[in-house]
Design a protein around this ligand. Structure first.
Ligand code: MLC
Ligand code: AMP
Length: 500
């Protein structure tokens, strides 16, 4: 019996002695050792109560063991649900309550905050700390090192990745084995990833980019991965000479360019730099080529759809574009609120269909129906056009979303927290240009007449509820918010006024 994603990623590596993961402490795990670690981990998850189809919530440091949790969940037929390590207890409680996992893996320091919600949904908590210790590691030491892989087909769920809503609550995007595998195979082939590759992996492993795009393609190809705790210019520079491949968000590349040690000589072995998750400025693309001789390959994706488009590996990588639809993926550009496609070259809504497109939102059929059309096209919320040469350009976003350093921040979430503060009448969160993160968050606040609220109250309240990367970096007190004749807040005016 087959388990299509697990088989493609790991089955062929059970006796592969080649190095797979090299961590910051210099430790190297071979593919064969990793497959054994995955099997042991799967035994622990099953002993903790995991059954096929159950969710495994993971909020854990970036370790080889954390990646083994991903492999083990797949092998045991579970649904992997990774969460940002920056999320607060409030945020975590929502995700756990919504996903009702049977196993939660978190750091020891988070156990108290999560135990009530875990109990409510009947989940067992296992711990995994940054030093690779905790109850998970202890149980793995005594676990059997083989595991009978649970069969899974293309329609079975493999992962649940939360993405915030432009209105209301975060939604879990249901990704099937077929979605994830098809996309990983296409990218491995298109970008010619092979076992001679050595990948600089500085992305977090709780999002599509670092987990699926980077790790799945590496595993399919049998490539080596230099797994870095986080993006750090010094660590990347010292590892560049042996590397062939790097995947990053634009902030990685602007930070590298601001260091004079980042030169053509530093990249002599490099074969490919890819960028995505946020717009790469054409000027960064051009400066990068002048400095290194490499043209960054920009691609476009999202949590619900995996990757949609990519600039070519061999043809022209065009600055300011995200390239062509991936093989098997269709892109259409539609007129506002319709399925009619616009005339060639005109701007409209980017819609995507193909085997990469998710199966819908977890337990939210109405939201699924709003965004996933009956003919299989997903309404991305991104505005774009296809030029006469077939390159897709993203020109804006219809969805109210801020992308900061590659992380998505939904203004609605910030506004809801601020609006609850006593004395606050209304608020509007919006993004302004930021040299390092691309965009950063500003909140405009209107107080009730006569109310006085010190700024520290805004910052403290937000800090209790929301992950640090979502916090407004500035608060602006206004007598009222600018609105159009329909009463809608004109965030573009706020953006223009406060972009300095
Ligand atoms: C960290 N901080 C951020 C931030 N990251 N604030 C806003 N936006 C971010 N992205 C906070 C820190 O908590 C810190 O708070 C302060 O900002 C400065 O931290 P730093 O040391 O400069 O940040 P650093 O740790 O270096 O992180 C920056 C980063 C990281 C860009 C390296 O954010 C990152 O790895 N981003 C990648 C995100 C990603 O993988 N996205 C893919 C999503 S998938 P304080 O308290 O010190 O002020 C997707 C689909 C697709 O979108 O197409 O790929
Ligand atoms: P997420 O929901 O976190 O997966 O983020 C997906 C969003 O990131 C997309 O809908 C786009 O708005 C944005 N995005 C991803 N890649 C690119 C890119 N190359 N250029 C511009 N925006 C991008």
């Amino acid at each position: 019996m087959t388990n299509i994603l697990f088989d493609a990623l790991l089955r062929g590596h059970s006796a592969n002695p080649a190095p797979f993961l090299e961590t910051d402490d210099g430790a190297i795990l071979t593919y064969a050792e990793f497959v054994t670690l995955v099997a042991k981990t799967a035994n622990v998850l099953v002993a903790a109560g995991l059954k096929p189809g159950d969710r495994v919530v993971v909020q854990a440091p970036k370790l080889a063991q954390t990646l083994a949790l991903y492999g083990a969940t797949l092998q045991a037929g579970g649904v992997y649900l990774p969460l940002n390590t920056a999320y607060t207890a409030d945020e975590m409680q929502y995700f756990i309550g919504d996903a009702t996992p049977s196993v939660i893996v978190c750091e020891t320091a988070s156990v108290d905050a999560l135990s009530t919600v875990a109990e409510t949904c009947g989940a067992r908590i296992l711990t995994l700390d940054a030093n690779d210790r905790g109850s998970l590691t202890e149980q793995i030491a005594n676990a059997p090192d083989t595991f009978q892989t649970v069969p899974r087909g293309p329609e079975d769920l493999a992962a649940l990745l939360y993405t915030s809503g432009t209105t209301g609550r975060s939604k879990g995007a249901m990704l099937t084995h077929g979605n994830i595998l098809s996309n990983a195979e296409v990218l491995t082939d298109l970008w010619q990833i092979a076992n001679q590759d050595r990948l600089i992996h500085a992305l977090p492993i709780f999002h599509t980019h670092g987990l699926f795009v980077a790790m799945n393609t590496a595993m399919i190809a049998g490539a080596q991965v230099r797994l870095m705790q986080k993006f750090d210019v010094d660590t990347v520079l010292s590892n560049l000479p042996e590397a062939t491949l790097m995947m990053g968000v634009p902030t990685f590349y602007t930070r590298l360019l601001s260091d004079p040690r980042f030169t053509k000589q530093a990249c002599t072995n490099m074969r490919l730099f890819t960028s995505g998750s946020a717009p790469l400025l054409a000027e960064t693309h051009i400066e990068f080529e002048q400095r290194t001789g490499h043209r960054i390959l920009e691609r476009y994706g999202m949590t619900e759809t995996n990757m949609n488009t990519s600039n070519p590996y061999s043809g022209e990588r065009r600055a300011g574009t995200v390239g062509f639809p991936l093989p098997g993926t269709d892109i259409r550009i539609t007129a506002p609120n319709s399925t009619e496609t616009v005339l060639g070259g005109e701007v409209g809504m980017i819609e995507v269909s193909g085997p990469n497109v998710f199966a819908g939102y977890w337990r939210m059929p109405e939201k699924t129906a709003e965004e996933l059309r009956e003919d299989g096209f997903f309404i991305t919320g991104d505005l774009g056009l296809v030029d006469t040469d077939g390159y897709v350009h993203i020109v804006g976003r219809q969805k109210d979303l801020i992308i900061s350093g590659g992380y998505n921040i939904y203004p609605k979430e910030i506004e809801a927290v601020l609006n609850d503060i006593e004395g606050v009448q209304e608020t509007a969160a919006f993004g302004v240009p930021h040299a390092d993160f691309g965009e950063s968050v500003v909140a405009a606040v209107v107080l009730e007449s006569g109310a006085e609220v010190p700024e520290s109250v805004f910052a403290d309240t937000v800090a209790k509820k929301l992950a640090r990367f979502k916090h407004p970096r500035r608060y602006e007190l206004l007598p009222e918010l600018p609105r159009n004749t329909m009463g809608k807040v004109q965030k573009n005016l706020l953006r223009d006024r406060f972009s300095t």
